[in-house]
Design a protein around this ligand. Structure first.
Ligand code: ISL
Length: 554
């Protein structure tokens, strides 16, 4: 089947189902809740949804631990609900991409239960099981450490064998070396594609192939062993196999979550002729405010670094592959208040500026639920307000290793993954219109004035600004195909870039400063037409705090 590459014209909205809309009064979002909000998404103007996992799961990692790939988690609804949702989306011209979590399953998956209870189980080799070290194998097979802190190995009962888990204990890694595992994955893909879904966001897909030596690696502060489990030796082979055996037969798209991948590695993953993935999420820009990619090690944000990263990816992928554009997701803290912006006095202005900044780069933009109304980080006061497994593991690590405590004191509340997961703020009622009972996670107090109902009415809202941006992008070939030029690469408070296609040009000018800033570029744009801005009044050559302007010359 011919791929139409529809994703290049998509604006994708990410739904984190647990926190989106509760219809059955259990304090958790669900599929009928999503259906009830499809007109909202249609009004916003998005034409594709990425749905975080809705599969049957014990929810140790909120669904990123799947116990049955063909069933829906009961509190979220039924397969019938799912089919209705898909139908209702398609009726509105909205495509659906699902989360594909196949680096690991849940420890509650039948395969895993069988694998660990019986050494002769046909599923034993579906997982990565190795003998421990020391007397009676009581020590883990090697020193690798995982994404949520601590060893990547868990002992199987009191035997001398251990299984590998790069994430939580309840997320055992699948053994992709086993061809049967790959056939199972293909069957799962076909199951959903045949039902009509339009593609997949492939969770931690760059971790599926591991070097098979399983030897100790150089000790370090985080992710010991990553050279053995990130971008492993057979990654490309596996992805190409999925492509030829499955994706090639559907007009679908894939976007890989490629943690810790460089531009060169990404090029190999998305070059169309290699037939692996269509797009990747890279995290270089979300790592500009931390050290060594460890978000808990916070570092002051510098605009120059962000620009460097965007230029690197915009230029680097040009003509070779397609970028994904995002500044928020369910793992990242809220963008407003981040990247040197302000989530108090200048919240609305800042959110619109950030939107202008990333939305008009080359690639497919993603909006994470609540971002379109400028939702902020959670009002968490202590670890007791936080549910996320990663935050609890890291908190525990801080208890066990006192030297880490001062770092965590600053960052545990502001960087943990529950910040973007607080219930979607639909209105100003007690539980923000998300639910009529107490939700699974604290509702932000600012629902009183940050909510979708108010935003839809207010012409000056962030919501309406996003609507205009989406409208502006539609059918705009300069935005889709134009080349990227950084106009002020060395400036540390103004981000100005142009997108050029032939004679046509779009120019985006964004101030990242709380102070007024003189900007010489503005004088050169006198012949251009200003099409959007986050302020009503304008000075000729001075930008107001966090001001954004979008100009065209055609
Ligand atoms: O959020 C992170 C660390 O704080 C990331 O490193 C994150 O763990 C990584 O991007 C992988 O994320 C994905 O896989 C995880 C799941 O918990 C995340 O929600 C998902 O986005 C395991 O399936």
């Amino acid at each position: 089947m011919k791929h139409t590459n529809w994703y290049k014209d998509a604006v994708i909205y990410q739904i984190y189902p647990r926190s989106f809309c509760d219809s059955n009064h259990d304090g958790m979002g669900d599929i009928p809740g999503i259906i009830s909000k499809l007109d909202y998404l249609k009004d916003l103007g998005v034409n594709c949804v990425w749905l975080s996992p809705i599969y049957d799961s014990p929810q140790e990692d909120n669904g990123y631990d799947i116990a049955n790939y063909r069933e829906i988690y009961k509190p979220f609804g039924t397969l019938e609900d799912f089919k209705t949702m898909l139908d209702e989306m398609h009726k509105r011209g909205i495509r659906l991409i699902m989360d594909l979590v196949v680096n690991h399953t849940s420890s509650e998956h039948e395969w895993f239960k069988s694998a660990i209870s019986d050494k002769n189980s046909p599923y034993r080799d579906y997982y990565i099981i190795r003998k421990g070290k020391g007397k009676n194998g009581k020590k883990p097979p090697n020193n690798w450490s995982g994404f949520f802190g601590g060893s990547t190995w868990e002992r199987i009962g009191d035997t001398d064998e251990w299984y590998l888990h790069l994430f939580a204990k309840g997320q055992p890694d699948l053994n992709w070396e086993n061809p049967k595992v790959r056939e199972e994955v293909k069957d799962i893909l076909r199951y959903w594609l045949d039902m009509g879904v339009d593609g997949f966001r492939c969770d931690v897909i760059t971790l599926i192939s591991k070097k098979q030596d399983f030897k100790n690696r150089m000790p370090g502060i985080a992710l010991v062993g990553k050279d053995a489990y990130v971008n492993g030796p057979r990654l490309h082979e596996y992805l190409h196999e999925l492509y030829t055996d499955v994706y090639a037969n559907y007009d679908c798209m894939t976007v890989g979550e490629t943690v810790l991948s460089s531009l060169d590695e990404a090029i190999d993953l998305v070059s169309p002729e290699r037939e692996e993935l269509d797009m990747v999420f890279n995290f270089d820009h979300t790592d500009t405010d931390n050290y060594m990619g460890v978000k808990w090690l916070y570092r002051k944000f510098k605009l120059k670094n962000l620009k460097k990263v965007f230029a690197h990816w915009q230029k680097g992928l040009r003509g070779k592959g397609w970028n994904s554009l995002f500044i928020e997701n369910h793992d990242q803290r809220r963008s407003v208040g981040r990247f040197g912006t302000d989530d108090k006095e200048y919240r609305v202005i800042s959110a619109k500026m950030l939107a202008s900044m990333y939305f008009l780069l080359q690639g497919t933009p993603f909006i994470y639920q609540g971002q379109e109304i400028g939702m902020t980080n959670g009002d968490f006061e202590s670890i007791d307000d936080v549910v996320d497994v990663e935050a609890h593991n890291i908190y525990q690590l801080g208890q066990d290793v006192p030297i880490l405590r001062p770092f965590l004191k600053k960052t545990l509340m502001s960087c943990n993954r529950d910040n973007p997961r607080t219930p979607m703020q639909w209105d100003d009622t007690r539980f923000a219109g998300f639910s009529d009972v107490k939700p699974w996670l604290k509702v932000n107090k600012n629902k009183a004035f940050i909510n979708a109902k108010a935003a839809q009415i207010d012409q000056g809202s962030i919501y309406n600004y996003f609507k205009s941006l989406i409208e502006f992008r539609k059918g705009n070939e300069v935005i889709r195909d134009g080349e990227y030029f950084d106009l002020l690469p060395r400036d540390n408070s103004i981000y100005a870039y142009a997108r050029r296609l032939g004679e046509k040009e779009v120019v985006v000018v964004c101030s990242f400063s709380k102070d007024k800033k003189k900007c010489k570029i503005l004088n050169e744009l006198k012949q251009h037409k200003l099409v959007m801005s986050n302020y009503q009044e304008k000075d000729d050559d001075v930008l107001k705090p966090f001001e954004a302007r979008i100009y065209i010359n055609y």
